[in-house]
Design a protein around this ligand. Sequence first.
Ligand SMILES: NC(=O)c1ccc[n+]([C@@H]2O[C@H](COP(=O)([O-])OP(=O)(O)OC[C@H]3O[C@@H](n4cnc5c(N)ncnc54)[C@H](OP(=O)(O)O)[C@@H]3O)[C@@H](O)[C@H]2O)c1
Length: 263
Amino acid sequence: MSILDRFRLDGKVAVITGAGRGIGAACAKAFADAGANVVIGARTISELESVAAEIEAKGQKAKIVKLDVLNQQDRENFINAAIETFGRIDILVNNAGGFPPKPALKTSIEEFEAAFRFNVSTALACSQIAIPKMIETAGAGSIINISSIAGQEPSSQFAAYGVAKSSLSFLTKELAQEFAPKIRVNAIGVGSTKTEALNTVLTPEIEQTMVDLTPMARLGEVEDISACALYLASPASAYLTGDIIQVNGGLNSLNMKMPRAFD
Ligand SMILES: NC(=O)c1ccc[n+]([C@@H]2O[C@H](COP(=O)([O-])OP(=O)(O)OC[C@H]3O[C@@H](n4cnc5c(N)ncnc54)[C@H](OP(=O)(O)O)[C@@H]3O)[C@@H](O)[C@H]2O)c1
């Protein structure tokens, strides 16, 4: 028996929200590399099809489900697809989320609440559906919430996103207490990672500033995050629950220079 066997997911089934690209797609591919079959959901089917083709090329199975994570019927269909297709569910990654930075005085209460709904309520709602099915079909489970450095370190213009991700991190700790020892719940505090979402705010100058402010002297790659997700999903982390692993290149503050209100 090698320690590497503990990172295997053979025979296990993972469901991943927001898995058409970026961090969610990388998690699906990492889990498939470790032997899992996966259910992948997002709103754009063509992107899910590309990810599924890559997973099938690795010799694993991928079930595609059209998912708007804000819709309860979609969430139920998505998680039920794991049972209907593969007969079990072992791993849930609550990855779909996000919200752009915005000055606090320009953030409407509706936007503030929408950021909370998208990043936090959806993770609770998916967990509520998945947990009884994990117990019923696998006797145990691992939930991984994709949080952010913005939920760990405060910054100007991150009132909505930062509070939402900080709540997601604390929800992780709450659920870990409630569902131990059968269901482990952990989160990843993701730092700036090269995805389409980050690209929307990157210019060469902004990217250079971010790199300069990052101790590890580069931005994150999606595989930096999916390697941690694989650890959290697998028996390698069997004694870890309620933790937020910060995968952020050594940051202890955000690496974006956000203007203050009176600049
Ligand atoms: N990249 C970073 O620097 C960074 C840093 C910290 C935290 N994060 C967190 O990491 C997570 C993933 O971000 P990413 O950078 O990988 O983003 P991304 O590359 O834009 O990918 C987002 C994925 O989520 C899906 N999605 C968006 N809205 C959805 C909805 N309503 N229902 C279902 N799926 C939805 C997208 O597909 P469709 O649009 O087709 O639905 C896509 O597949 C987010 O929670 C984000 O807050 C990212």
